[in-house]
Design a protein. Structure first.
Length: 396
């Protein structure tokens, strides 16, 4: 069955079940210019930047100095990445591999991640890209590591990295936490949620439902609101196992022909494009497009969730606060109908949106009610380092 963790005693909702120290962490690709590469704090105007790579940025001299030994090992590689010299899809994983190799070099332990499991299938295209990444890293580190070690490290990082959530809205990076990777199995209805403490560089998993004595402690490796078919495919290709959690066991598989899969994929791609449109008639265009594809949204819960997410974002951009609330409430309804956890980063995000919109619409009772729900979710999930206060919220 592999490795897993069971509760020695009943773990109550909101209690910390597991805490793991980071071996290596990096700032998320989308916030590289916005956050300190050591402490993850939001950068101000007077941020410090590494003069050599012009990639790493810090909020203070203390953070720059603290990262110096680790950063020096892969500074040249970051410089080349900054210049666009490495042409791969997932630069974030490459940077995390570099951070792992840097830590191994500093602590003089090249076997630190050897205990981590990798068992996924690798396609020909992935293997070719992996070889390209390995060659790049070996060259950039002055051939201080052999290619086989870099290759195995790349695969271990891909299969065992964790996102770094400060709260439901802010995922600030990615990291490798060996103790967590070894001890937590996946479930499509998890009973713990992760929260990152940037000060101690630890990842805590708090119980989001009561975990009886002897029950397995389980987190989610993927986004929860996806069809069984898509979840199974992602877990098999990304982690090398077929999920047999209670949700997957109970859920009825709705089959689809390849042509239908392609159609749904195209519709989802078209849907996401509406977020970036900046036209006065965008609402009319969206409503017309939605009517055209009604059949798909009627039977696909994942598509429904994406649809109402876009509706919420469009309404927010246009200041239609009542419509924001309606869309967010519908999203919470879909989430609940799927039997997903009440206390999760997704639900915190949605209640934040409702809180802000209700405040703008002068629906003070609704705003206060949503604010209380946000605080409850933060407390239970362990989001103790949230940078987003209930006051002065902004639509995401």
């Amino acid at each position: 069955m592999g490795r897993f963790t069971v509760a020695k005693q009943c773990i109550h909702t909101g209690e910390r079940a597991i805490q793991a120290a980071a071996f290596a962490v990096i700032v998320r690709e989308s916030v590289v210019p916005k956050r300190c590469h050591w402490c993850f704090a939001m950068l101000r105007q007077k941020a410090l930047q590494c003069a050599a790579c012009k990639f790493a940025r810090y909020c203070s001299r203390a953070c720059l100095d603290a990262d110096a030994a680790l950063h020096d090992y892969h500074c040249q590689a970051l410089h080349e990445i900054k210049l666009g010299k490495l042409h791969v899809k997932d630069l974030e994983t490459v940077r995390l591999v570099l951070a792992v190799l840097s830590m191994e070099h500093v602590v003089r332990d090249s076997q630190a991640l050897k205990i981590l499991v990798t068992c996924r299938e690798i396609s020909t295209a992935e293997e070719e890209e992996a070889q390209h990444i390995v060659a790049f890293i070996v060259q950039m580190t002055g051939k201080m590591v052999d290619s086989q070690h870099v290759r195995s490290t790349l695969e271990r990082v891909r299969c065992n990295a964790h996102p770094l959530y400060l709260n439901g809205v802010s995922c600030v990076g990615t990291g490798v936490f060996p103790d967590a990777a070894m001890s937590l199995n996946h479930s499509c209805i998890p009973n713990v949620a992760p929260s990152f403490n940037p000060r101690t560089r630890t990842l805590a998993f708090h119980a989001i439902s009561e975990i009886p004595r002897g029950y397995t402690v389980e987190s989610a490796y993927i986004d929860l609101l996806q069809s069984k078919k898509r979840r199974q495919a992602l877990l098999h290709s990304g982690f090398g196992f077929d999920c047999i959690c209670q949700r997957c066991y109970n859920e009825v598989e709705i089959g689809a022909e390849t042509s239908e899969d392609d159609q749904e994929r195209n519709v989802m791609e078209e849907l996401l494009q509406f977020i970036n449109f900046n036209r006065s008639d965008i609402r009319q265009q969206f409503d017309s497009w939605r009517q055209k594809h009604t059949a798909i949204f009627e039977h696909d819960v994942e598509a429904q969730f994406a649809l109402f997410t876009v509706e919420m974002q469009l309404a927010c951009a246009q200041g239609q606060w009542v419509d924001v609330i309606k869309a967010a409430d519908k999203l919470l309804e879909i989430w609940k109908q799927c039997g997903l956890p009440d206390f999760y980063h997704t639900t915190e995000t949605l209640h934040l949106q409702i809180c802000k919109a209700a405040k703008q619409a002068a629906m003070l009772e609704k705003s206060m009610s949503s604010a209380e729900k946000v605080l409850t979710i933060r407390r239970i999930c362990g989001y103790l380092h949230s940078e987003i206060s209930i006051k002065g919220l902004h639509c995401a």
